[in-house]
Write a protein that binds this ligand. Structure first.
Ligand code: ADP
Ligand code: ZN
Length: 223
């Protein structure tokens, strides 16, 4: 099964993807995580990615598509993948369709998360992530705090704030989202495989609630 997580930064893509990975046993692959790992290891790719990410810009399509293409060739995603943060442009979506088509595969489900803009900024500046690369659990100091401040509930590692989670960069990322990524909603509506869910405190619904809803839908459709 090939699942895509779509939505502006801070809507809960990573949270939903992680829960789906654990419950459905499908590997989550986040292009943002791949870039952050490369940046940490100071590889050539990392340096290139950082020059865009630190400014809140998208990494160029050719670079990003190549990374995903290589990742899709690995054994652990042969039976399925949850792509978290890819595609983010129409070009990326078209390239992905071409790659999948060669293997007689297609995008099965697009999960589109929406959150009111004013909530997004609040969610992102209060976001904390587990520093353990094997864990990467996401918290929010207001909405979903860890049991012990600054410590991951799951693995006990330190929680950190991402470098790009500051208000200035977030505004740039939101602008990019509306200009470059949101046209993908229509792209996948035409393919007929999109599921849209509102994630918002105004309706008391967080990423984990949406994940449960989706798991139930998938299980029902399989029976
Ligand atoms: P968020 O969804 O909160 O913005 P991500 O971890 O998905 O966080 O991405 C972090 C940054 O990595 C993005 O702001 C962008 O610069 C870069 N990035 C991630 N995925 C892509 C992609 N598919 N295309 C281009 N750039 C990307
Ligand atoms: Zn952890």
């Amino acid at each position: 099964m090939i699942i895509i997580m779509l939505g502006a930064p801070g809507t809960g893509k990573g949270t939903v993807a992680t829960i789906l990975q654990d419950k459905l046993n499908i590997k989550q692959v986040s292009t943002g995580d791949i870039f952050r790992k490369e940046i940490k290891e100071q590889t050539e790719l990392g340096k290139l990615a950082d020059s865009y990410i630190s400014k809140g810009q998208l990494v160029p399509d050719d670079v990003t598509v190549n990374i995903v293409k290589e990742r899709l060739e690995q054994d652990d995603v042969k039976n399925g993948i949850i792509l978290d943060g890819f595609p983010r442009t129409i070009v990326q979506a078209q390239e992905l369709d071409k790659i999948l088509e060669k293997e007689n595969k297609k995008v099965d489900l697009v999960i589109n998360l929406t959150t009111p803009d004013e909530e997004i900024i609040e969610r992102i500046v209060n976001r904390r992530v587990c520093s353990n690369p094997e864990c990467k659990t996401i918290y929010n100091t207001l909405l979903n705090p860890p049991k012990i401040e600054g410590i991951c509930d799951k693995c006990g590692s330190k929680l950190i704030t991402r470098d790009d989670d500051n208000e200035e960069t977030v505004k740039r990322r939101l602008k990019n989202y509306f200009e470059l990524t949101s046209p993908l909603i229509e792209y996948y509506e035409k393919q007929g495989n999109i599921y849209t869910a509102l994630v918002s405190k105004t309706i008391n619904k967080l990423g984990k609630d949406v994940a449960e809803e989706i798991i139930e839908n998938i299980r029902r459709s399989m029976n």
